[in-house]
Design a protein around this ligand. Structure first.
Ligand SMILES: [Zn+2]
Length: 312
């Protein structure tokens, strides 16, 4: 009886020890108490550069979102000024890729009274003439969301020189020092639109009106089976990005998708994640924006960042 009971007790004890062993191993695998190891970036953030123009703009690479620009001409402009403004639009349409169309919800407002620059816009709002009125720094471009033109002087030349001069201001171009240029501060009926300005407009608008998502900053650490990461996704493009998502791959295998939703022009979305469970032996973490390629972008080569485990 005693011997039998003791064998039974030993079996129970061994069974409990095995269970305890499993529990400790499970805890060892899953507790984040281990020292964190960093990852370093090996691939990604391909820098994309838009070559700067020759003519002087208020800010670098200023353009509207699209080459088709909506406008409204105020009722109080009168027939003569309205016709001269429409001639200016036609002239730029003939010389460049730009198109102008009337709209009730316009980007460009043509007014016929004196305009005062809004606070903070004095630097690109040429006194009383107009210019961009709402600009976002989108990194690749200074994106003009809206502009204003004040036609408060009557045309004195046979061609609409004043309207063209002020339209160029509204497109982001500043005065220049060439007396033969339409953008010389003092108007003369023989002045012409500079070839450089035509080339610069065509160059600026050669990229389609699309978003451009880019991994701006990323870093990651791993403690045991737990991944912590911090990532900033920037929209440096010309249009808001809708339904953006970010895929995390571990050693090439997709582990999770994160919805970033809408990222507006010039905006950054920050995602900070702690204790995402991954394989303890993981050595390579890849972050991919728009993995299924649902969003058309200006550049598609700046959507990935590849990080490898830092070896000490
Ligand atoms: Zn001017």
């Amino acid at each position: 009886m005693i011997k039998k009971g003791s064998t039974f007790g030993v079996l129970i004890m061994m069974f409990l020890l095995v269970i305890l062993g499993f529990l400790l191993y499970f805890l060892y695998l899953n507790l984040p108490g281990k020292e964190a190891v960093g990852f370093e970036q090996v691939v990604g953030n391909v820098e994309t550069i838009i070559v700067g123009g020759v003519s002087e703009q208020f800010y670098e690479n200023m353009r509207y979102r699209d080459k088709k620009i909506s406008y409204v001409i105020s009722e109080n402009c009168g027939e003569k000024k309205r016709v001269s403004m429409e001639e200016a639009f036609s002239k730029l349409e003939d010389l460049t890729v730009l198109e102008f169309f009337p709209s009730d919800n316009p980007e460009l407002s043509i007014l016929c009274e004196d305009l005062a620059p809004e606070a903070g816009h004095e630097d690109y709002f040429v006194a009383g003439e107009g210019g961009p009125s709402e600009v976002i720094n989108g990194t690749l471009y200074s994106v003009i969301l809206s502009g204003e033109i004040a036609l408060f002087r009557e045309e004195r030349c046979s061609e609409s020189k004043i309207a063209v001069h002020e339209l160029l201001h509204a497109l982001g171009f500043n005065h220049n020092g060439n007396p033969n240029s339409i953008l010389y501060p003092t108007l003369d009926c023989n002045q012409k639109i500079d070839d450089e300005i035509i080339n610069d407009i065509n160059r600026l608008y050669s990229f389609a009106s699309l978003p451009d998502l880019k991994i701006h900053t990323v870093n990651a650490t791993k403690a045991g089976r737990y991944l912590n990461f911090y990532i900033e996704v920037l929209n440096q493009g010309l249009w808001d990005a809708y339904d953006a998502d970010l895929t995390i791959k571990v050693d090439g295998k997709e582990v999770q998708d994160f919805h970033l939703e809408t990222i507006k022009i010039g905006a950054r979305k920050i995602l900070s994640v702690e204790n995402l469970k991954i394989s303890g032996s993981a050595e390579r973490i890849t972050f991919v924006i728009d993995n299924k390629n649902m969003i058309d972008e200006i550049f598609e080569n700046n959507n990935d960042a590849d990080l490898i485990l830092r070896t000490l």
